[in-house]
Design a protein around this ligand. Structure first.
Ligand SMILES: NC(=O)c1ccc[n+]([C@@H]2O[C@H](COP(=O)([O-])OP(=O)(O)OC[C@H]3O[C@@H](n4cnc5c(N)ncnc54)[C@H](OP(=O)(O)O)[C@@H]3O)[C@@H](O)[C@H]2O)c1
Length: 266
């Protein structure tokens, strides 16, 4: 009897393919984004790293890294301005027509008078719009403009830092209307973009990532009730999320992952 032997090739994860990679970290002036830049600079598989900042007055740490590392280039970008997204892409495209990792670490929870709402009485249309502009729409426009650079013969990843609090199925506590809703919208926008990317750029994996409560200026006013073992230093969060990113396979595109690699409910 004729026997045919099949060799089963396990799917390659993103990390298996990393070599001479180019990365773009958006929202890198502080917090988790800055931590990712530090991590990538210590990883020789990345040959070029672009990092964006919004306000030069808050980007000293990033500029200091650029002075030390010629592989790093800082690019100004306010993610709420589509023209600036186009400008940032136009800056890097001539020297770097291919990107392998694009990661949006942009997020807003509080900003001056804008504070997370505790009740319906505090809902305000301008504040809700601001949350959506920064937390949802910006990353979707990034997905729009990065497609030509992520579409090439090698695997690539486009990830956005979301938040478990944006999970509709997991919402038992209520409150924080704008932040929750804007992260849920981010999840839907990325999930939808993943469907389109699967047709137009099938080697790109889109992912939404929950970092866990991390010690940054964003969480700082709300850390009081958090047990110390559940408040991650930035370095730990970055290492955990990097492990999740490296394990991504094409079948994972459009999914919502927690810091330990588990899938979160929508
Ligand atoms: N920390 C946590 O516990 C936690 C938990 C769950 C999810 N997250 C998510 O994780 C991500 C990173 O947060 P983080 O804790 O690192 O906060 P962070 O320290 O406040 O960093 C946020 C970054 O986003 C940038 N940014 C804000 N608005 C922007 C805009 N319009 N255009 C461009 N950049 C903008 C900030 O730039 P500036 O320096 O100019 O302000 C900063 O670099 C966010 O998406 C956040 O929602 C954080």
């Amino acid at each position: 009897m004729l026997q045919v032997a099949f060799t089963v090739h396990p799917a390659m994860s993103f990390g298996d393919t990393l070599q001479a990679a180019n990365a773009l970290i958006v929202g890198a002036s502080q917090g988790i984004g800055l931590g990712f830049v530090r991590q990538l600079l210590s990883d020789q598989r990345y040959s070029r790293i672009y990092a964006t900042y919004r306000n030069p007055e808050r980007a000293d740490a990033l500029f200091a890294l650029q002075k030390e590392h010629p592989r790093l280039q800082c690019v100004p970008l306010d993610l709420t301005d589509e023209g600036q997204i186009e400008g940032a892409i136009a800056t890097l495209q001539p020297t770097t027509p291919q990107l392998h990792l694009v990661l949006s670490c942009v997020g807003l929870l509080h900003e001056g008078d804008l504070q997370p709402e505790k009740s319906l009485r505090q809902l305000n249309a301008d504040q809700l719009l601001r949350y959506f502009q920064v937390n949802s729409i910006g990353a979707a426009l990034l997905a729009k403009h990065c497609l030509p650079l992520l579409k090439h013969s090698q695997p690539s990843v486009l990830a956005a830092i979301s938040a478990k609090i944006g999970s509709i199925g997991d919402n038992q506590l209520g409150g924080w209307y704008g932040y929750r809703a804007s992260k849920a919208a981010l999840n839907m926008l990325f999930r939808t973009a993943a469907v389109e990317y699967s047709r137009k750029s099938p080697k790109t994996i889109l992912a939404l990532l929950h970092p866990g409560t991390t010690d940054t200026q964003l969480s700082q006013p709300f850390q009081r009730g958090v047990p110390p073992e559940k408040l991650f230093p930035v370095e730990r969060t970055v290492a955990q999320l990097m492990a999740v990113i490296e394990q991504l396979e094409p079948a994972d595109s459009g999914e919502f992952f927690s810091w330990d690699g588990s899938r979160l409910p929508w």
